[in-house]
Ligand binder design. Sequence first.
Ligand SMILES: *[C@@H]1O[C@H](CO)[C@@H](O)[C@H](O)[C@H]1NC(C)=O
Ligand SMILES: *[C@@H]1O[C@H](CO)[C@@H](O)[C@H](O)[C@H]1NC(C)=O
Ligand SMILES: *[C@@H]1O[C@H](CO)[C@@H](O)[C@H](O)[C@H]1NC(C)=O
Ligand SMILES: [Zn+2]
Length: 448
Amino acid sequence: MKFCSLAALVGLLALSTTSSACLLPEERENDGHIRAIRGRQSRNNGTPIGTGDRFNRGTVAPRGLGSQGSSTSFSTILNVNEIASGLKGLASTYGIETFTTPYKTYQGASIQGAIVGGSGGRCKDAYRVFLNGNIHARERGSADNVLFFISDLLYANKTNAGLTYGSKTYTAGQVKTALSAGIVFIPLSNPDGVAYDQSSNSCWRKNRNPASGTGSASGIDLNRNFDFLWDFTKKFASSVRSSVASTNPSSETYHGTSAFSEPETRGIKWVLDTYTKVRWFVDLHSYAGDVLYSWGSDENQSKYPSMNFRNSSFDSVRGILSDTPGTRGGYGEYIPAEELTTQTTAASRMVSGLTGGGGSQYTAIQSSDLYPTSGASDDWAYSRHFADPSLNLVHSYTIEFGFGNNAASCPFYPTVAQYNANMRSVGAGFMELLLAAVELGLGDKTTC
Ligand SMILES: *[C@@H]1O[C@H](CO)[C@@H](O)[C@H](O)[C@H]1NC(C)=O
Ligand SMILES: *[C@@H]1O[C@H](CO)[C@@H](O)[C@H](O)[C@H]1NC(C)=O
Ligand SMILES: *[C@@H]1O[C@H](CO)[C@@H](O)[C@H](O)[C@H]1NC(C)=O
Ligand SMILES: [Zn+2]
């Protein structure tokens, strides 16, 4: 008894001093009615959601913090209509091409994105970096960070200026280099969830699909719905299953009825199937102050190529981190050494941008070090070239921006100061990623 409570206390301390990323400590292991436990201790919802439309129905282009002075700050979060209006404003001002993924959400919303830079034009092969925002609804500022960053790039490019985020400055030449990578972006990949979260302040994480239940049992955790070891009840050790995902519709990590059961995740797959030369992918989450790189299933290893997610001999041991890969049945997820080097090199670059941009220290870690997961977007994107060698290698990351707001009803709702610092952080983090991608490699030459 004594031992148990001590272990629980140590666990809690570890979580509060390190990070809990997209999940709160009580949401991690608790495969059940989480919302009931949390309650509403505070009426403070952090930075207010904007009302109206500051981009005037797509006639005004957004401009981010990096292209304005260091004393500029935004006081409200973009509402769902403004995100769409802002994207339209970029298209009308800079002539960028927008797209709508083929799958409408449960509530009939479209998921929209755009392509910028590259060698320009409609050649789909020219787009090599994919930035995705707000797949988790409550992670406020995610869509804003993606949209305002692209806005900064376009404004700086047009005016031949550089960008400044906190202590990080980039020249006009670096802006053009960053754009030359060719960027596909979706600011808001979970529009139903964000609309609901913004109207209810309910700390809503999932989408709004009611197929599996009502109330907290509605919605699927989109970041457990990708086709990477999705069927965790078979693919992971029984001792870790309750934390990698959940089959309980009331859980925050409910993985849905099949991999890619959701229109939002299918939309992301559509992007990689359409822009087939994408080489770098970032899914933007909050909060933990981390850059996570693959793998998320287990610790990495570069020694045993057949010890990997496709090999069912390891299904009963996958996800156990305390073992040693290759000894006594211990498992580690295979990553070729040179791909690991590239992954970690770019991760360090992002850390330098995120830290310098916002002024707080970020860390690069392997995803599974946070906690093992199944069905996450970054692992799926990176796994594609192993599962089907005809597909492109995609170096994939999760950025967990920010450090949380403990005074708010939901810690994912930033204060105004945090909202602005996060945006500067992510702006510089994205700049470093684009510059690193150009240096480390964008893949094949564009032939069209
Ligand atoms: C960047 O600016 C140049 C002109 O300096 C322009 O030709 C190009 O289309 C711009 N790129 C984007 C993505 O707007
Ligand atoms: C896993 O990756 C880390 C870098 O994050 C590296 O230092 C370590 O050697 C790798 N583990 C194995 C077993 O290769
Ligand atoms: C799976 O792993 C087992 C045990 O190491 C090995 O004998 C087998 O060859 C592997 N299978 C594949 C398809 O790589
Ligand atoms: Zn998240």
